[in-house]
Design a protein around this ligand. Structure first.
Ligand SMILES: Cc1cc2nc3c(=O)[nH]c(=O)nc-3n(C[C@H](O)[C@H](O)[C@H](O)COP(=O)(O)OP(=O)(O)OC[C@H]3O[C@@H](n4cnc5c(N)ncnc54)[C@H](O)[C@@H]3O)c2cc1C
Length: 203
């Protein structure tokens, strides 16, 4: 990410960190890309209706004495996922299906309910009570059809959206950023048809 930022800066991009954009009216640009995944609330009302901020929670254990598995795991349609990292810590996330209404939130805080489920699952996986050393919650954006919104925002000339990966944005986010950049340059990548914002945005 630092390398990407360095290359952008070398090409003349001005990078600003820690500054929240409260309104698109603050921005002076011919083209604006909203790439905030699940943090879109209030920035553009038309997006609020279809991008649901969704909370994911994670725990990390102390290093375990034994190696459980060499590869990451993904189960229950993504409602449980875990991986043992090289120092033998177990990273475990998911279980928001135990309280879907509550976890449909932009509050970046862990909850005792989901953390309890995660801790019990750690016990099932390890067969022991490993100490939890780290906990966190993060927000991602979910769309009604679970496909991202990538492309022009209808009726908002020069405004683009690239968000709503529905929990799968680590790779798709980079790929979609590339696609939207191509589209802004006037190319028409065919892959964008699938993610066309107009399919979900009421105008
Ligand atoms: C617990 C958890 C587990 C996940 N697991 C996976 C996984 O296994 N695989 C996978 O592919 N994806 C996973 N995801 C989803 C993935 O992390 C996201 O889809 C991805 O990070 C999206 O990248 P992004 O750059 O588009 O947005 P983000 O990484 O969300 O970055 C958006 C940025 O925009 C900033 N921002 C928001 N609003 C404003 C504003 N008004 N003004 C200025 N800045 C603003 C935010 O501060 C943030 O820095 C997970 C997410 C969570 C929370």
């Amino acid at each position: 990410m630092r390398r990407l930022a360095g290359l952008a800066a070398e090409s003349g991009a001005e990078l600003r960190q820690g500054q929240k954009v409260a309104s698109l009216a603050e921005l002076e640009a011919d083209q604006i890309v909203i790439a905030t995944d699940g943090y879109t609330n209030g920035l553009l009302p038309v997006l609020d209706a279809v991008l649901q901020p969704t909370r994911g929670q994670v725990v990390v254990t102390e290093p375990l004495e034994r190696r459980l598995s060499p590869c990451p795991h993904y189960a229950r349609h993504g409602y449980a996922y875990w991986q043992q990292i090289p120092d033998n810590r177990l990273v475990v996330g998911g279980f928001r299906d135990r309280a879907l209404d509550i976890e449909n939130t932009a509050e970046e805080e862990t909850s005792s309910l989901i953390q309890g489920h995660l801790e019990r699952f750690v016990g099932e996986l390890t067969g022991e009570s490993a100490a939890i050393t780290h906990r966190w919650a993060g927000i991602f954006g979910t769309t009604p059809d679970r496909l991202p919104l990538v492309g022009p925002v209808p009726d908002h000339g020069g405004v683009w959206v690239c968000a709503g990966y529905s929990g799968h944005g680590n790779v798709m986010g980079l790929a979609c950023g590339e696609l939207v950049a191509q589209a802004i340059l006037g190319h028409e990548p065919p892959e964008l048809e699938l993610f066309e914002p107009a399919r979900l945005l009421a105008v």
